[in-house]
Every structure is written in structure tokens, then in C-alpha cells.
Write a protein of this length. Sequence first.
Length: 428
Amino acid sequence: MATIKMAYGRASLTLLIPDKNILNEIGCASSDPTTSGERVLSEALKSFDTDLVSNRRVTVLCDDYTRPTPRAEIFKALFPKLSTARAVDLVISTGTHAAKTPGNDDIIEAAEKAAKSAGLRAIESFVHDVNGSVFIHAGQTSQGTQVRYNRVLDRAEIFIVISDMKPHYFAGYSNPIKHFLPGCCDFSAVENNHSMALDPKSSFGRHPLHPDPERQNNPLALDQLEAMGLIVGDRSVYAVHLITNEGQIMDAMFGEIFNTLPEMFRRVDGYFGETVEPADIAIVTPGGFPDDESLYTSQRALELTAAGVKTDGRVLFFSACENGIGTAKAKQNFYDRLVLPLADVLKTIEEDYVLYAHKAYKFALMIQKLKTLAIKSEIAPEILAAAHLTPIENPQQILNTWLAEKPDATINIFHHANKLAIYEKAKS
């Protein structure tokens, strides 16, 4: 009998599972305990030539508090390299997330502390606010996105993006390009871009800059790439690329993004990509807080592991959701859509896409495929049941019931699923 701990919110829950039923237990690769994140960063930043930023205004872009990036550690390593810059701006690229939050305030405080320690001449911090920023129109992409971006980016002479990379269920990968669109664009630009998530080719593991030509077709990621080009013009974009797990830095690279992204995509595939045989049951955890802070956030874990469960199979999902469904906008266009009959969910979104609805669309497709999608959550059971989910109080009990019905059922277990990329093994 295997004892399996599943991350749940800020704690974990335990399952007892017969060894004979477990097909795979998959999580993210662990960091080398003999190599510190500080050392990994130091090695990556050896290629940083300070002449790159000498007497120039540098804009550093980083993600917001909803992502578990070890920012303080990165600021400490990066900012001394910027000491020759004329000025440094920090921009938190929130996309459509809330701007004014204690978590974002903490990021600014950490940045200012690191800047002072590094002796930077000047640093100003900005939080992108989709509802309150002034936007500049940069033009239109080939796929019709009107690109309006936060004018604070016009201050930059060179960009350095702090990018915690992992598979992304419709943009291919979380990567530096996303810090421009959706990171620093207006609502309409993000909405048009994200409408392309309904295209099956807009999926994880695919990106125009992927080294494998067979994996370069992703309409949504291409739109983001074009938008970045319109925003930055002839200014250079560099990145501190990171691969992390549980806040630990496992790998890093610094360089101009077009020169480094193909290699970083290859590395992400190596750390997080797995090919499996679909099982009768999939047991999934996004990885605890903040990856399961809301149902809107945690749903991506189901998308990234969907290939690990059979059609008409069952999923046991651990998602505490201490922030409930998500923001008011997310509830309106994600949850409120999902309570419709599933056929209507798909039809209405195909006819009239609005931002956040892609999550309902993909969720509906998955629920249609499954016999049961059972969820352990702090969200009220009646709210979950209205969205075609099966709320449970006791995960062990439901698993025992399923195994009593089918004693030889196969099980795939996925930890830290918000970072995994699960592909179906080809049938022989």
C-alpha cells in the first residue's frame, strides 16, 4: 500500500493507494540539493556584460504575486549587474490581474531593498493596472489584435525580463514574451489574444520559437510574439530565464530572447514533459497555494494532465481555492458560463467569446469526456455541483468506492500539475 501526499492549499492530504493500481506517479524534477539557487543564478549571469546597460534606462519586467517566483533571490543576483545603468524601472506585469495587492507591495519592497544594497543610482517601481493605466496604440497583429500597451514601457531603452518558465496550457509556455501581451496590455488586446485559446493548436508544448518545426504552430503564441515586436520596436529584450519548482531554482540562463528561447523551451520539455499511457483514474494536484488559490487558476492543472486519463475515466482533483472561483470578472465569464448545460457552454462561447471564457470552454470539453470529475475544495459544494463537478469531503472514501467498482483500475498520479506537460503515449 502506497502512502501518497497530495498538496492542498497551504497543507497536504494523504491517500492510501494499492501499489498494484498505480501506473505512474509524476511530479516536477527536483533541484540538485548540492547546488544552490544562488549558484545557478550566478553561473547564468556570468554572461551578463555590464556594457549592455551602461548609461541606459533599463526596464525590468517581473510577474505578480500570484506566481511563486523566488524574486528576492533574483533581484539580489541581478541588480548588482545594473549598477552602470542610468536608471532602472521595475514593472510588475500583472496582465488582467488585480494591481493593488499586498503581494505586489511585497515585491516592490523586495526590489527596493535589493536595489539599495546593490547601490543602484535610481529605481522606480510600477504595477501594470489594466483598469487604470494609460495605454499607447502600437498597431495591429496579423491576427487582428489591436495592441495597446502601458505607456510606462516607452521609458525603456532596453528590457530585461525575469521569466519563470513552464508549460502553459494555451500559450505553449510561460515565457518572457507573455510579459508584454498579456502582461502590460489593455483588456481588449488580452481578450482578442485569448480568444485564440479555442483553437486546438493553441496548446502547451507549442510555440513559434520552438526548435522542433513540428511544434511551432500556435496561433495565440504567434499573436503574442507579434505584439511584443510592435511594442518594443528596435529595442532589445533580454531575459533571466528560470526553471523552478517549489520556489527552488533548478536551472537558469541569461541572454537575448531570440537567441535563448529555443534552448529554454527544450529544457522546459525535459524538466516537465512526460509521455504516459492514459489511466482509468487520474489523481491531480496543482501543487498547493498559490497554484490552487482559485478554481480559475487551478483549472490549468487539469488541462496540462488531461492526456493522462482515459475517455470516460475519472479524475480526483485537489484544489483548496482559498480565493474561491476567482476575480469577479473571472466568475462572470468563467463560472457563470460553466453552470449552463455543457452543450450550451461550448456553443455560446464559440459564438461570442469574452475574456476568461476560454477556461469554461476547455473545462466543459474535459467534463464531457469524463465519467466523473470529483473535487476536494473549500468552495461550497452546491457551487461546485452547479458547474458539473462532483464535490467531495473525503477523497479516500471516493477513491475506495471507485476501486471497489473496478479493483484493477489503473491510476496516474500528478503532483505540481500546474507545471507538467502530459502527452499520451502512442498506441503500438
